[in-house]
Write a protein that binds this ligand. Structure first.
Ligand SMILES: [Zn+2]
Length: 241
């Protein structure tokens, strides 16, 4: 392991070489390589996660480039995961990047997230988020949800068996939007918080956002953390499920 690369984080109290080795052994699945997933993958790679699986079926378009930071002008028309892998490997060849050009469905989700230590939600639709939520609960994989729009968004960490799942928090799917208006710094902000949660969970430092939803309104610069509860009769994580 190139310890020099991670020198500044190893110096953090409670971190050290042993925690760094935990990152090296970890596997993180980044579902969706858009504004959230691209930046989360970038920082997870920089931090020295051993293996990152990038899932996205899309190709870069010009209108992605205000926020999807792993897509550059030369990448327009290329598969997002392929353009992303190239850059991430250049940043840190110690991180193994696996790519999946697939749409996440009920049928393939189990094999896509298998053996992950954390799944990062980089999706732009609720349908897929709830598929991920269900299987993360089933396989007991921590799932770091974030969603953004315009200048605002929300983030929470689903820790199966500990706090509520996404279905407890949102019993019904919110309406889907085909083209979510957004400025690039909003997903960048939430993606770095998601990467922070993933790193904390893997090395076991601090407190993840379990049972709490953090809302940020960047326009007014208001940060608010709201308690979210587990639903005893949740169809996904409740006692009868
Ligand atoms: Zn639930």
């Amino acid at each position: 392991m190139e310890l020099e690369r991670y020198d500044r984080q190893i110096r953090i109290s409670e971190w050290g070489v042993e925690k760094q080795k935990k990152l090296k052994k970890a596997k993180v699945v980044v579902a969706g390589i858009g504004g959230l997933g691209g930046l989360a993958a970038l920082y997870l790679t920089a931090a020295g996660i051993g293996k990152i699986v990038l899932i996205d079926k899309g190709k870069f378009e010009l209108s992605n480039l205000n926020r999807q930071i792993l897509g550059w002008k030369k990448d327009i028309g290329r598969f997002k995961v392929e353009a992303a892998k190239e850059k991430l490997e250049e940043l840190n060849p110690e991180t193994k990047i696996e790519t999946k050009i697939e749409e996440i469905t009920e049928e393939n989700v189990g094999s896509l997230i298998e053996n992950a230590n954390v799944v990062v939600d980089g999706m732009d639709n609720w349908k897929t988020r709830f598929i991920l939520n269900k299987y993360c609960v089933l396989k007991k994989i921590p799932f770091v949800h974030a969603g953004v729009s315009e200048f605002h968004g929300q983030i929470t960490t689903i820790m199966p068996g500990e706090g509520p799942c996404l279905r407890c928090i949102l019993p019904r799917n919110p309406p889907e939007k085909e083209k979510i208006p957004v400025v690039g710094v909003t997903p960048a902000l939430f993606a770095s918080l998601q990467a922070m949660e993933a790193i904390k969970i893997i090395i076991g430092i601090g407190k993840p956002l379990v049972g709490k939803m953090l809302f940020i309104d960047g326009k007014e610069m208001v940060f608010e953390t709201v308690r979210v509860e587990k639903m005893p009769d949740c169809p996904i994580c409740g006692e009868k499920s």
